[in-house]
Design a protein around this ligand. Structure first.
Ligand code: ADP
Ligand code: MG
Length: 521
């Protein structure tokens, strides 16, 4: 819907303008290797003023590497970059900034104790009063409702991203790069980000919008490029492609090839045992009539796209949202509509998608964070753990998860994303649940930490703890799940046994395409 609103009266994005002026940014024949790993194999890409180019691709496709080359963080081996037709060499980020290129990182870097304005203005040398005036004018211009005097530690991820975007606009960015901006956002926040993107586009700013969510292409982008294994497989105006075209561009050339997966460790699941978790015709806001079972020691993958209703289903099980119908059974006990505290006591814990906001108390230390959920595990209610018990529990998780901290008293806000995630998962395991629901557990964390999180999931399975793994990363589900379901528009629309879990099947179902044959047809 934003596309419609935005395209009215926007002359910049039309093809005629495009053909006359040189592109804002042209990437020509860019190659880049890390050692023997050839990551970019000849990339050609144009971005024009007033264009929103969605760049999609799976993990490791090379998207971030390309952006880092554009930002001057990495140097390319061959090829060239042209800015408004002029060859440029981005030797460092200052050179990129001077050209008006600004990248909003996936995890905004804000100073929690400073307010919005201080965070935006940090690093500017000009007179602060002048900058303040300019900032207020920008805010009015784009019509954003964000209080400049609010402390950053109270901001949602979406608001933190707005701060980053404001930094870019104030630097007069002409090209704004958003690296997977919606991966940490709720459904409503995604909608407001799309509005922001539309407003920036109206101002004639060129935008590269990186995502792994195909559906967003149709909501926000004018143009699309798909990157797979260091090459661009598809590039052009969004209107030239159907969803199926894009899915095909994401898949390996021989779509029958199955992605390598973990050996059938799934053999360990005893499907004749009683399920740990059963949902029967379960309904709430954003999802309807969901039935599923999870067996002891089983990892059930729940694939889907943003807005499919997966997070809403999880938060409703967890007593955070209203149940509208159906039942939830945990070890055969009806826990439908119970309060969060009682759900934890009954043996289910939830690690939310937005760990920054819901999952972690950033200003608390690692020990307090690890044990904060187990305060509930005493049936008498909230009982404070003694200090020594707290240290022991924390120590166990810090060691087994290889969490990199300077000490238990380190403030969690100062840990890297991957280490924060390990603290949150550790916290959810402290009350010794029978099943944990992990919502996008590796989103926005680096490859090493991702490996550690995968190991944690393998360990849990070995210990007989079940995992409901919500992930938009199909590779992750292929790698970890013993069984998988896909959710599409609030319903479960497909189920796959271990041997049938592959990216084609999951992707097709997640996008509501009926069958594998349907993709090729
Ligand atoms: P994407 O952003 O599409 O997920 P990346 O650009 O991050 O992909 O990664 C592409 C490939 O480049 C991966 O195989 C990754 O391991 C490798 N890579 C990225 N940065 C480095 C680096 N600094 N050193 C070595 N390999 C890297
Ligand atoms: Mg990336």
């Amino acid at each position: 819907m934003y596309r419609l609103a935005r395209n009215e009266g926007n002359g910049l994005a039309n093809t005629e303008t495009r053909e006359k002026a040189p592109a804002l940014l042209s990437v020509r024949g860019i190659h880049k290797s890390f050692g023997l790993n050839q990551v970019l194999k000849g990339i050609d890409l144009d971005v024009n003023a007033g264009e929103v180019l969605a760049l999609i691709g799976g993990n490791g496709a090379g998207k971030s590497t390309l952006m880092k080359i554009i930002m001057g963080l990495y140097t390319h081996d061959s090829g060239e970059l042209l800015f408004k037709g002029e060859q440029v060499s981005m030797t460092n980020t200052a050179a990129a900034l001077a050209r008006g290129i600004y990248m909003v990182p996936q995890e905004p870097l804000l100073f929690p104790n400073m307010n919005v304005e201080e965070n935006v203005l940090i690093g500017f040398k000009q007179n602060k009063a002048d900058l303040h005036k300019e900032l207020v004018a920008i805010m009015e211009d784009v019509g954003w409702d964000l209080d400049l005097s609010r402390k950053a530690n109270g901001l949602s991820i979406a608001e933190q991203q707005m701060v980053e975007i404001l930094r870019g606009i104030l630097r007069r960015a002409q090209l704004l790069i958003l690296d997977e901006p919606t991966s940490a956002l709720t459904f409503d926040e995604v909608k407001s980000l799309f509005k922001v993107v539309a407003e920036l586009q109206e101002k004639g700013i060129g935008i590269i919008y990186i995502t792994h969510r195909l559906s967003e292409v149709f909501d926000v982008a004018t143009d699309v490029a798909i990157m797979r294994d260091g090459i661009i497989t598809i590039h052009g105006p969004v209107s030239d492609f159907t969803r199926e075209d894009l899915v095909r561009g994401l898949l390996p050339p021989d779509a029958e090839v199955e992605v390598q997966k973990q050996d059938a460790a799934a053999g360990g699941v005893d499907y004749s045992a009683a399920p740990v978790l059963e949902l029967e015709g379960f309904s709430g806001y954003g999802f309807t009539d969901v039935s599923l079972k999870v067996w002891p020691g089983e990892v059930l993958g729940v694939a889907g796209v943003v807005g499919a209703g997966r997070t809403e289903m999880a938060t409703t099980i967890f007593g955070m949202d209203k149940v509208l119908g159906g039942r939830v059974l945990l070890n055969g006990r009806d826990i439908t509509g119970r309060k969060t505290k009682q759900v934890i006591q009954a043996g289910l814990n939830y690690v939310p998608e937005d760990r920054h906001l819901n999952g972690l108390f950033k200003i608390c230390d690692v020990a307090a964070n690890t044990t904060s959920a187990s305060l509930y595990s005493n049936t008498l209610g909230v009982v404070l753990l003694n200090h020594r018990a707290e240290r022991n529990i924390t120590d166990t998780y810090v060691k087994s998860f290889r969490t990199k901290i300077t000490g238990q008293d380190q403030l969690v806000g100062s840990l890297s994303g991957g280490n924060q995630q390990k603290v949150v998962i550790g916290r959810s395991l402290a009350p010794e649940p029978k099943i944990v629901v992990l919502d996008e557990p590796t989103r926005g964390i680096d490859a090493a930490a991702r490996g550690d999180v995968y190991n944690i999931i393998h360990q849990l399975r070995e210990q007989g703890v079940s995992v409901l793994l919500i992930s938009s990363d199909m590779e992750e589900i292929v790698e970890l799940a013993d069984r998988a379901v896909t959710m599409y528009q609030g319903h479960i629309n497909a189920e796959f046994k271990k041997d049938d879990i592959n990216q084609d099947n999951l992707m097709a179902a997640a996008f509501g395409i009926a069958s594998k044959e349907g993709i090729g047809a």
